[in-house]
Write a protein that binds this ligand. Structure first.
Ligand code: FAD
Length: 394
């Protein structure tokens, strides 16, 4: 043990990826000063390793960092194309590089200590938390720890799916994309036997766009499988791939599960990001919840309060997601039908706010009513029985 070499801070960010970067930026935004901060991560995140797409109101401090934003998006099914007007919201695209740069700038301003080592165990005695490395050496002693290291849910979910995808950043020599129109979800892709697939298009300008193929389901594809699916989707869009360059490839896997993520494992440790339950089980969307929680953390610290955000989603939304995942997984409802009805029978703003977890119970009821009710009821009963069985086993 090298207890004497450990750094003493007020706040340690363990994991310095998306969630931590948004916290650092929020601390800066709220003018927090005099707080001793450490960031523990073996990797110093820089550059482009992911693209975040999310919706929200225009006019926050991320606006100058956005690569593009759209006030209308298309949802396409074999039955037709719906153009959703998102006003007053907008769908936005944020590449990771400016977010990591913004976090680095905030780190400098806060004079944060950067520890480029993996963290292991966190020892919380209720007053301080000791962050150890995997060999048991003390790295940091902190008043509070925000831990966003990737981890599995506390218990396996009753349904455990993955959102997995590959995107190509396509560059053209002449106008090829319509920068005014983003495609949110295009369900004309061949549907997998179990799960749901869709493509989407996020144009930055008329010559540069992210074209992506995504599946929600229990199993990943292999490398050739993603390429074949993307080629087929590009064909469907009428894109001539021989005339386009693939500038970057973006792969990702995001959990979609009703397994519980513990957000407060001990008194002074708070989990954030995917590890803290910020990933919406029914869609894999995470960014908005991370952004919201980062703001709550920074506000609390600025006011001298503990940095504990509200849960990422209300319990009733997690229940609804568990039911939806179960219904999709057990084949009670088809994926395309599920999303088609959601967008068909609700104003777009309600759907998007629901997916972000910020709708009222009355709005939730309206969303519930728009889903295929009978099969969903079967899934509700199945879910209740599953919960009861799990509780009895415990
Ligand atoms: C390619 C991709 C695209 C995505 N696009 C979207 C999107 O469009 N919209 C959306 O809402 N969500 C999206 N997501 C989901 C989600 O927003 C991201 O995964 C987001 O980065 C999650 O943030 P995080 O902080 O939880 O995890 P990460 O950003 O993965 O950060 C975790 C950090 O923990 C560090 N770490 C690991 N082990 C240790 C250790 N032992 N000690 C210290 N640090 C450690 C890692 O180095 C990493 O920096 C996407 C995910 C991926 C992978």
């Amino acid at each position: 043990m090298h207890a004497s070499s450990a750094v003493d801070v007020d706040l340690a960010l363990v994991g310095g990826g998306g969630a931590a970067s948004l916290v650092l930026a929020a601390l800066d935004r709220h003018g927090v000063s005099g707080l001793r901060v450490a960031v523990v991560d073996p990797v110093h995140k820089r550059g482009q390793d992911r693209t975040w797409a999310f919706w929200g109101l225009p006019g926050d401090d991320l606006d100058p960092l956005l690569s593009a934003s759209w006030s209308r998006v298309d949802v396409v099914t074999p039955a037709g194309r719906r153009v959703l007007s998102l006003d007053p919201l907008r769908y936005a695209m944020l590449r990771s590089a400016p977010v990591y740069d913004r976090a680095a700038e905030a780190e400098r301003r806060l004079d944060a200590v950067r520890i480029s080592a993996p963290a292991g165990e966190l020892r919380d005695d209720g007053d301080r938390v000791v962050v150890r490395d995997p060999d048991g050496r003390d790295l940091v002693r902190a008043g509070w720890v925000l831990d966003s290291r990737p981890r599995r849910p506390k218990r396996p979910g009753r349904t455990s799916w993955l959102q997995h995808f590959r995107g190509w950043w396509l560059a053209a020599d002449r106008p090829t994309f319509d920068p005014q129109r983003a495609v949110l979800m295009d369900f004309r892709t061949p549907q997998p036997q179990r799960g749901v697939s869709f493509g989407y298009v996020l144009p930055v300008d008329d010559r540069f766009a992210l074209v992506e193929y995504t599946e929600f389901g229990p199993a990943l594809l292999d490398d050739a499988g993603y390429d074949a699916a993307l080629r087929a989707y590009a064909d469907l869009l009428g894109l001539d791939l021989t005339a386009l360059r693939v500038r970057e490839v973006e792969d990702g896997v995001i959990p979609m599960t009703d397994g519980p993520f513990e957000s407060r494992p001990s008194p002074r440790v708070v989990r954030l990001g995917t590890a803290g339950g910020a990933t919406r089980p029914s869609t894999g969307f995470t960014f908005s919840a991370m952004l919201r929680q980062a703001d709550q953390v920074a506000r609390a610290l600025a006011a001298g309060r503990p940095p504990v955000p509200a849960p990422a989603y209300p319990g009733r939304h997690l229940w609804m997601d568990a039911v939806a995942l179960r219904a999709l997984d057990r084949g009670h409802v088809g994926g395309v039908e599920f999303f088609e009805r959601l967008f068909d029978r609700n104003p777009p703003e309600r759907v998007l706010r629901f997916l972000d977890g910020v709708t009222s119970p009355a709005e939730d009821l309206a969303v519930m009513r728009s889903s295929p009710l009978l099969p969903m009821t079967g899934a509700v009963l199945g879910d209740a029985a599953g919960r009861l069985r799990a509780r009895l086993r415990r």
